[in-house]
Design a protein around this ligand. Structure first.
Ligand SMILES: Cc1cc2nc3c(=O)[nH]c(=O)nc-3n(C[C@H](O)[C@H](O)[C@H](O)COP(=O)(O)O)c2cc1C
Length: 637
């Protein structure tokens, strides 16, 4: 098993891309790779848009797995092809030879994941800013057009420069290369040369034979004088081209003309005299023709072996201090906002800018429109607030994940526990959305029947607030938020007495805009309804720890239904949950969803941890930048 963040991001089994190769990778090869668990990529090269359109249609017939299209931005047809891939909603677009910024909005709006090929850190940062979900960092060992830096030097520097996943390319031909790429910080690899020898690769047999016969020193980089070097197999033609670069009597135009069309001659006609057999330095490792499936299986098996070998020898060599003296690793937690944080307009800029959250909001056009346009009175009704906040919370973490920022554990405040559970894997998105809708309805109906209200009590300890509640009827401490902040739920009849008692003790009470006495016995009927609803639901698993509001501890999968049921009519132990998470090694908290209430509470609970929030584009950009800076200062230390 070699699973990385790029697998989740693209929905592929293995983090292996077959690089787009002009005149080489068509629908047949791409589909064969995708069907084998990797990401197959059709190359547009300099072909017209109609060819690309045909290939996309063919690939869709040959595979139901994600595949990509590679667009050479220098192609005279780039603009038309950009529109074709948008129209066809191709899952992934990779780009070569330039800056794809001008097409980014078009593609992102269609939910397409854009992964540009880059050869420097500056280029990587630029495409990250334009909305790329990952980059392919290609070193000059690669076949085809190449940059200056080697894979070994380029990949770790790009990994430091961006916070989106980095795919390493150039000189990777077996599992050792894949394992090495992971060590450099890559989340996946892109392979071109080895797939030239795939049985499904339709190039001329002469081409395949040349790659298979090549030794380590049998490639050459030509075209440096023209500013766009190309690596190919040494042939009389490529050696002659190389020599001519040093011949001042030959003009650049003549040189350019010699290379034009030479790849096509090699790939289609196998022309041994005038063809340019583009291939990388790793050709020496390619020994035979194999199917795409065989290649991928072999790559995966070897990579796993290398990983095991490395861990074994690493463990032998490393003298680790006893566990008790090891500081716990700093983990990242996502904390999901609950009710009360909603505002009309929430999530709208994310929806407009990030295609990856469109599908989420479009699950319910009514709730989506309420999020974006209100009116406030409608949005503030529990029945609407819960699904609305749920969507915005999840949209924020979807975008963070796309940028390679993942949580090691989650918690959510009140309603926020449901998007947290969904992120952790307990429910699928549609299952969680239906659950939230039911939950909101049950709580709304309960609140209609049993009228109650909620008050934030400030300046008193939790114990003092508890004592006051014990002295009154129908009054319950329900949210233990932070030191000096406890929320009380009570009947309308007890509200005045509560306010008076709080004032007498020197505290302050503030009525909250909650439409019911949530998390108290007033919600018993809603809790029963949730229990009945969950009886027929198959929950998923927990991929990361999910901290429960009710116990302040990690969920155990076998208790999940009970916890979701109790959650409705039991207090939210927020302060304790955060304290437990910190004790478990969480030192970075990212609040996801509208507002920054939870950030404020966490800072009060423990001012030493790092707290960020993501609710819209400005806060997203700020958080990503701060996390990036933090990561950099850590590496410098
Ligand atoms: C014959 C050939 C054609 C290529 N054409 C393209 C292309 O059209 N667009 C592109 O972005 N990369 C192109 N590449 C680069 C590959 O997609 C891939 O990044 C590279 O081959 C990886 O390095 P490797 O050859 O060492 O495996 C090409 C590579 C080869 C060998």
């Amino acid at each position: 098993m070699i699973k990385t963040s790029i697998c989740d991001l693209l929905g592929i089994e293995y983090p292996i891309f077959q690089g787009g190769m002009a005149w080489v990778s068509d629908a047949v090869l791409a589909a064969a790779v995708s069907n084998s668990g990797g990401l197959g990529i059709i190359a547009a090269g300099s072909a017209p848009a109609s060819f690309v359109s045909e290939q996309i249609k063919k690939a869709k017939e040959l595979t139901d797995k994600p595949f990509g299209v590679n667009i050479m931005l220098m192609s005279p047809f780039a603009e038309e092809i950009a529109k074709v891939v948008a129209r066809e909603k191709v899952p992934v677009v990779t780009t070569g030879a330039g800056n794809p910024s001008r097409f980014m909005k078009l593609w992102i709006d269609e939910g397409i994941k854009v992964i540009p090929l880059i050869a420097s850190t500056g280029h990587a940062k630029m495409v990250q800013r334009s909305g790329a979900v990952a980059v392919v960092a290609e070193g000059c060992e690669a076949g085809g057009h190449i940059g200056e830096l080697t894979t070994m030097a380029l990949v770790p520097q790009v990994c430091d420069a961006v916070n989106i996943p980095v795919i390493a390319a150039g000189g990777i031909g077996d599992g050792r290369g894949i394992a090495a790429a992971f060590m450099l910080g890559a989340a996946g690899v892109q392979i071109g040369t080895r797939f030239l020898a795939a049985k499904e690769c339709g190039i001329h047999q002469n081409y395949k034979d040349k790659v298979i016969a090549a030794k380590d020193i049998d490639t050459i980089a030509t075209g440096k004088r023209l500013g766009h070097p190309v690596r190919s197999i040494k042939t009389p033609f490529s050696r002659d081209l190389f020599a001519k670069e040093y011949d001042a009597s030959i003009s650049n135009e003549e040189l350019e003309a010699l290379g034009t069309g030479a790849l096509q001659l090699a790939a289609v006609q196998g022309d041994l005299n005038k063809g340019c057999f583009m291939a990388g330095q790793i050709s020496g490792l390619v020994k035979k023709e194999q199917t795409a499936k065989e290649i991928i299986s072999e790559l995966v098996e070897e990579a796993v072996k290398q990983g095991d070998r490395f861990s074994a020898s690493f463990m032998k060599q490393k003298t680790c201090p006893p566990a008790s003296t090891c500081p716990p690793a700093s983990k990242i937690a996502f904390v999901f906002a609950g009710q009360g944080a909603q505002y009309a307009g929430m999530g709208q800029d994310l929806y407009e800018h990030f295609g990856c959250v469109r599908e989420l909001f479009d699950m319910s056009p009514e709730i989506r429109d309420l999020c974006f346009n209100g009116p406030k009175e409608q949005l503030d009704m529990t029945i609407n607030t819960q699904p609305a906040v749920f969507l915005v919370d999840l949209a924020c973490v979807t975008i963070l994940s796309g940028k390679g920022i993942k949580a090691d554990g989650v918690a959510g405040f009140s309603l926020g526990e449901i998007p947290a559970a969904c992120y952790a894997g307990l429910m699928s998105i549609s299952q969680a959305f239906q659950f939230v809708t039911h939950r909101a309805k049950a709580m709304h109906e309960c609140a209609q029947k049993k009228k109650g209200s909620m008050y934030a009590v400030l300046k008193l300890s939790a114990k003092e607030v508890k004592d006051i509640c014990d002295s009154l009827t129908d009054t319950y401490p329900v949210n233990f938020n932070s030191p000096g902040q406890t929320v009380v739920a009570c009947s309308e009849g007890s509200a005045e007495k509560l306010q008076k008692a709080v004032a007498e003790q020197g505290g302050k009470s503030m009525k909250l805009a909650a439409s019911g006495a949530f998390h108290s016995p007033f919600m018993n009927k809603a809790s029963e309804s949730i229990a009945a609803y969950l009886e027929n639901i198959d929950l998923g698993t927990l991929n990361i720890p999910l901290y429960s509001n009710t116990t302040a501890r990690e969920y155990k999968i076998e208790d999940a239904k009970e916890l979701l049921t109790k959650h409705i009519n039991h207090p939210v132990l927020w302060q304790k949950s955060i304290e437990n998470m910190i004790a478990d090694g969480f030192k970075t908290f990212i609040e996801a969803g509208p507002g920054k209430t939870l950030s404020g509470l966490i800072k009060k609970i423990n001012p030493d941890v790092s707290v960020y929030n993501v609710s819209d584009i400005p806060s997203l950009e700020k958080t990503v930048l701060l996390l990036q800076e933090k990561e950099h200062s850590k590496t410098k230390l």
